[in-house]
Design a protein around this ligand. Structure first.
Ligand SMILES: C[S@@+](CC[C@H](N)C(=O)[O-])C[C@H]1O[C@@H](n2cnc3c(N)ncnc32)[C@H](O)[C@@H]1O
Length: 226
Protein backbone atom coordinates (compact mmCIF):
# COMPACT_ATOMS: atom_id res chain seq x y z
CA UNK A 1 0.00 0.00 0.00
CA UNK A 2 3.09 2.29 -0.21
CA UNK A 3 1.84 4.76 -2.86
CA UNK A 4 -1.58 4.97 -1.22
CA UNK A 5 0.04 5.26 2.23
CA UNK A 6 2.32 8.08 1.04
CA UNK A 7 -0.84 10.11 0.43
CA UNK A 8 -1.79 9.72 4.09
CA UNK A 9 1.35 11.31 5.57
CA UNK A 10 3.26 14.64 5.43
CA UNK A 11 3.27 16.42 2.05
CA UNK A 12 1.32 13.52 0.65
CA UNK A 13 -1.76 14.61 2.63
CA UNK A 14 -1.75 18.00 0.87
CA UNK A 15 -1.12 16.40 -2.50
CA UNK A 16 -3.98 13.97 -1.88
CA UNK A 17 -6.32 16.83 -0.85
CA UNK A 18 -5.44 18.81 -4.01
CA UNK A 19 -6.00 15.73 -6.15
CA UNK A 20 -9.33 15.04 -4.46
CA UNK A 21 -10.48 18.63 -5.04
CA UNK A 22 -9.54 18.34 -8.72
CA UNK A 23 -11.32 15.00 -8.98
CA UNK A 24 -14.44 16.44 -7.34
CA UNK A 25 -14.52 19.16 -9.99
CA UNK A 26 -14.05 16.70 -12.86
CA UNK A 27 -15.48 13.45 -11.50
CA UNK A 28 -15.76 10.10 -13.26
CA UNK A 29 -16.94 6.71 -12.11
CA UNK A 30 -14.11 4.18 -12.08
CA UNK A 31 -16.78 1.48 -12.24
CA UNK A 32 -19.16 2.80 -14.92
CA UNK A 33 -16.11 3.52 -17.10
CA UNK A 34 -15.88 -0.26 -17.67
CA UNK A 35 -19.45 -0.70 -18.90
CA UNK A 36 -18.31 -0.24 -22.50
CA UNK A 37 -15.66 -2.94 -21.92
CA UNK A 38 -18.44 -5.28 -20.75
CA UNK A 39 -20.81 -4.29 -23.58
CA UNK A 40 -18.11 -5.09 -26.14
CA UNK A 41 -17.57 -8.61 -24.76
CA UNK A 42 -21.09 -10.00 -24.37
CA UNK A 43 -21.46 -13.73 -25.14
CA UNK A 44 -23.36 -15.01 -28.18
CA UNK A 45 -26.09 -16.51 -25.96
CA UNK A 46 -28.31 -13.68 -24.73
CA UNK A 47 -31.07 -15.33 -22.68
CA UNK A 48 -30.10 -14.67 -19.11
CA UNK A 49 -27.60 -12.30 -17.45
CA UNK A 50 -26.73 -11.83 -13.78
CA UNK A 51 -25.07 -8.75 -12.28
CA UNK A 52 -23.74 -9.54 -8.81
CA UNK A 53 -23.64 -6.55 -6.43
CA UNK A 54 -25.69 -4.45 -8.84
CA UNK A 55 -25.48 -1.30 -6.71
CA UNK A 56 -27.62 1.48 -8.18
CA UNK A 57 -28.53 -0.62 -11.23
CA UNK A 58 -26.76 1.14 -14.12
CA UNK A 59 -25.15 -2.06 -15.44
CA UNK A 60 -28.15 -4.36 -14.97
CA UNK A 61 -30.24 -1.77 -16.88
CA UNK A 62 -27.69 -1.84 -19.71
CA UNK A 63 -27.74 -5.66 -19.73
CA UNK A 64 -31.53 -5.53 -20.00
CA UNK A 65 -31.11 -3.93 -23.43
CA UNK A 66 -29.07 -6.92 -24.68
CA UNK A 67 -30.53 -9.98 -22.89
CA UNK A 68 -34.00 -11.48 -22.76
CA UNK A 69 -33.73 -11.25 -18.96
CA UNK A 70 -31.25 -9.44 -16.72
CA UNK A 71 -31.17 -9.99 -12.98
CA UNK A 72 -29.31 -7.98 -10.34
CA UNK A 73 -28.56 -9.12 -6.80
CA UNK A 74 -27.31 -6.96 -3.95
CA UNK A 75 -27.15 -7.48 -0.18
CA UNK A 76 -27.75 -3.80 0.55
CA UNK A 77 -31.34 -2.59 0.91
CA UNK A 78 -30.64 1.02 -0.21
CA UNK A 79 -28.79 -0.23 -3.28
CA UNK A 80 -31.68 -2.53 -4.19
CA UNK A 81 -34.13 0.36 -3.83
CA UNK A 82 -31.97 2.60 -6.03
CA UNK A 83 -31.65 -0.22 -8.60
CA UNK A 84 -35.37 -0.91 -8.59
CA UNK A 85 -36.06 2.81 -9.17
CA UNK A 86 -33.45 2.95 -11.95
CA UNK A 87 -34.97 -0.11 -13.69
CA UNK A 88 -38.65 0.63 -13.02
CA UNK A 89 -39.56 0.93 -16.72
CA UNK A 90 -37.65 -2.19 -17.77
CA UNK A 91 -39.93 -5.25 -17.54
CA UNK A 92 -37.14 -7.77 -18.29
CA UNK A 93 -34.92 -6.47 -15.46
CA UNK A 94 -35.32 -7.75 -11.90
CA UNK A 95 -33.41 -7.00 -8.71
CA UNK A 96 -33.45 -8.85 -5.40
CA UNK A 97 -31.35 -10.07 -2.49
CA UNK A 98 -30.85 -13.71 -3.53
CA UNK A 99 -27.49 -14.87 -2.12
CA UNK A 100 -24.98 -15.84 -4.82
CA UNK A 101 -25.00 -19.47 -3.67
CA UNK A 102 -28.81 -19.64 -4.17
CA UNK A 103 -28.85 -18.21 -7.70
CA UNK A 104 -30.05 -20.80 -10.20
CA UNK A 105 -27.62 -21.99 -12.86
CA UNK A 106 -27.92 -21.64 -16.64
CA UNK A 107 -26.82 -18.01 -17.07
CA UNK A 108 -25.15 -16.76 -20.24
CA UNK A 109 -23.33 -13.98 -18.43
CA UNK A 110 -22.25 -13.14 -14.89
CA UNK A 111 -20.85 -9.67 -14.23
CA UNK A 112 -19.25 -8.19 -11.13
CA UNK A 113 -18.02 -4.60 -11.00
CA UNK A 114 -16.11 -3.65 -7.83
CA UNK A 115 -17.75 -6.54 -5.97
CA UNK A 116 -15.43 -9.57 -5.90
CA UNK A 117 -13.35 -8.08 -3.05
CA UNK A 118 -16.54 -8.02 -0.93
CA UNK A 119 -16.89 -11.81 -1.32
CA UNK A 120 -14.92 -14.90 -0.27
CA UNK A 121 -12.67 -15.17 -3.31
CA UNK A 122 -12.49 -18.87 -4.18
CA UNK A 123 -16.05 -19.84 -3.12
CA UNK A 124 -17.40 -16.89 -5.13
CA UNK A 125 -15.46 -17.92 -8.24
CA UNK A 126 -16.74 -21.50 -7.84
CA UNK A 127 -20.31 -20.17 -7.63
CA UNK A 128 -19.81 -18.22 -10.85
CA UNK A 129 -18.58 -21.42 -12.54
CA UNK A 130 -21.67 -23.26 -11.26
CA UNK A 131 -24.08 -20.51 -12.34
CA UNK A 132 -22.74 -20.14 -15.89
CA UNK A 133 -24.00 -22.44 -18.62
CA UNK A 134 -21.31 -24.02 -20.85
CA UNK A 135 -20.18 -21.28 -23.24
CA UNK A 136 -21.33 -18.62 -20.76
CA UNK A 137 -19.05 -15.74 -19.82
CA UNK A 138 -17.74 -14.10 -16.64
CA UNK A 139 -16.79 -10.43 -16.93
CA UNK A 140 -15.38 -8.94 -13.76
CA UNK A 141 -13.91 -5.55 -12.88
CA UNK A 142 -11.97 -5.90 -9.65
CA UNK A 143 -9.92 -4.11 -7.02
CA UNK A 144 -6.78 -5.56 -5.45
CA UNK A 145 -4.51 -4.70 -2.54
CA UNK A 146 -1.24 -3.32 -3.93
CA UNK A 147 1.81 -5.28 -2.76
CA UNK A 148 4.49 -5.76 -5.43
CA UNK A 149 6.60 -3.09 -7.17
CA UNK A 150 4.48 -3.59 -10.30
CA UNK A 151 1.33 -2.97 -8.23
CA UNK A 152 2.85 0.27 -6.88
CA UNK A 153 3.72 1.45 -10.38
CA UNK A 154 0.20 0.80 -11.62
CA UNK A 155 -1.18 2.65 -8.59
CA UNK A 156 1.03 5.60 -9.45
CA UNK A 157 -0.09 5.50 -13.10
CA UNK A 158 -3.74 5.39 -11.97
CA UNK A 159 -3.19 8.34 -9.64
CA UNK A 160 -1.48 10.49 -12.25
CA UNK A 161 -3.95 9.71 -15.05
CA UNK A 162 -7.02 10.05 -12.82
CA UNK A 163 -7.43 13.85 -13.17
CA UNK A 164 -6.58 13.71 -16.88
CA UNK A 165 -9.33 11.13 -17.48
CA UNK A 166 -11.63 13.32 -15.34
CA UNK A 167 -10.96 16.36 -17.58
CA UNK A 168 -11.64 14.31 -20.71
CA UNK A 169 -14.80 12.62 -19.42
CA UNK A 170 -16.16 15.60 -17.50
CA UNK A 171 -14.58 18.80 -18.88
CA UNK A 172 -17.09 21.12 -17.19
CA UNK A 173 -16.92 21.70 -13.41
CA UNK A 174 -19.36 19.46 -11.55
CA UNK A 175 -21.97 20.91 -9.19
CA UNK A 176 -22.44 18.98 -5.93
CA UNK A 177 -25.90 17.43 -6.40
CA UNK A 178 -26.09 13.69 -5.88
CA UNK A 179 -29.02 12.38 -3.88
CA UNK A 180 -27.87 8.81 -4.61
CA UNK A 181 -27.21 6.59 -1.57
CA UNK A 182 -23.47 6.01 -1.03
CA UNK A 183 -22.05 2.64 -2.09
CA UNK A 184 -21.09 0.16 0.62
CA UNK A 185 -17.30 0.04 0.19
CA UNK A 186 -14.55 -2.23 1.45
CA UNK A 187 -10.75 -2.14 1.13
CA UNK A 188 -9.54 -5.01 -1.04
CA UNK A 189 -7.87 -7.79 0.96
CA UNK A 190 -6.33 -9.89 -1.82
CA UNK A 191 -3.38 -8.86 -3.98
CA UNK A 192 -3.55 -9.26 -7.75
CA UNK A 193 -1.13 -12.20 -7.54
CA UNK A 194 -3.46 -13.97 -5.10
CA UNK A 195 -6.45 -13.23 -7.33
CA UNK A 196 -4.58 -14.51 -10.39
CA UNK A 197 -3.79 -17.79 -8.64
CA UNK A 198 -7.38 -18.28 -7.45
CA UNK A 199 -8.82 -17.43 -10.87
CA UNK A 200 -6.44 -19.73 -12.74
CA UNK A 201 -7.26 -22.53 -10.32
CA UNK A 202 -11.03 -22.23 -10.73
CA UNK A 203 -11.30 -20.75 -14.26
CA UNK A 204 -8.50 -22.15 -16.43
CA UNK A 205 -7.81 -19.94 -19.44
CA UNK A 206 -9.23 -16.78 -17.85
CA UNK A 207 -7.60 -13.52 -18.95
CA UNK A 208 -6.66 -11.07 -16.20
CA UNK A 209 -5.42 -7.59 -17.04
CA UNK A 210 -4.33 -4.59 -15.03
CA UNK A 211 -6.28 -1.43 -15.81
CA UNK A 212 -6.05 2.24 -14.97
CA UNK A 213 -8.50 3.54 -12.38
CA UNK A 214 -7.12 1.17 -9.68
CA UNK A 215 -8.85 -1.74 -11.35
CA UNK A 216 -8.14 -5.05 -13.10
CA UNK A 217 -10.41 -7.07 -15.35
CA UNK A 218 -11.11 -10.80 -15.49
CA UNK A 219 -12.64 -12.38 -18.57
CA UNK A 220 -13.52 -16.06 -18.74
CA UNK A 221 -15.68 -18.12 -21.05
CA UNK A 222 -16.76 -21.42 -19.51
CA UNK A 223 -15.73 -24.22 -21.85
CA UNK A 224 -18.65 -25.42 -23.97
CA UNK A 225 -17.88 -29.07 -23.12
CA UNK A 226 -17.86 -28.54 -19.31
C1 LIG B 1 -18.59 -0.75 -4.61
S1 LIG B 1 -20.23 -1.25 -4.83
C2 LIG B 1 -20.32 -1.51 -6.60
C3 LIG B 1 -21.73 -1.43 -7.11
C4 LIG B 1 -21.92 -1.62 -8.63
N1 LIG B 1 -21.50 -2.92 -9.07
C5 LIG B 1 -21.25 -0.54 -9.44
O1 LIG B 1 -20.36 -0.85 -10.22
O2 LIG B 1 -21.65 0.63 -9.30
C6 LIG B 1 -20.23 -2.93 -4.21
C7 LIG B 1 -21.62 -3.52 -4.18
O3 LIG B 1 -21.55 -4.92 -3.84
C8 LIG B 1 -22.62 -5.20 -2.96
N2 LIG B 1 -22.32 -6.44 -2.24
C9 LIG B 1 -21.42 -6.62 -1.24
N3 LIG B 1 -21.42 -7.91 -0.83
C10 LIG B 1 -22.34 -8.57 -1.60
C11 LIG B 1 -22.82 -9.91 -1.65
N4 LIG B 1 -22.35 -10.86 -0.84
N5 LIG B 1 -23.78 -10.22 -2.55
C12 LIG B 1 -24.27 -9.26 -3.39
N6 LIG B 1 -23.88 -7.97 -3.37
C13 LIG B 1 -22.92 -7.62 -2.48
C14 LIG B 1 -22.71 -3.96 -2.10
O4 LIG B 1 -23.93 -3.86 -1.43
C15 LIG B 1 -22.51 -2.87 -3.15
O5 LIG B 1 -23.71 -2.47 -3.75
Amino acid sequence: MQVRNALRTGLGVRAAAAMRALNDRHPWSHNDAFHSWIASRLPAGRDDALDVGCGRGELVALLGAHFAAAHGIDVDHDMRQASAARCAGLPNVTVDSTPLERVSSGKDLVTMVAVLHHLDLVPALREVDRILKPGGRFLCVGLARPASAADQLWDLASMLTNPVIGFVKHPWVAQPTSADPPFPVKDPGYTLDQIRRAVHQTMPGAVIRRRLGFRHTIEWTKPASA
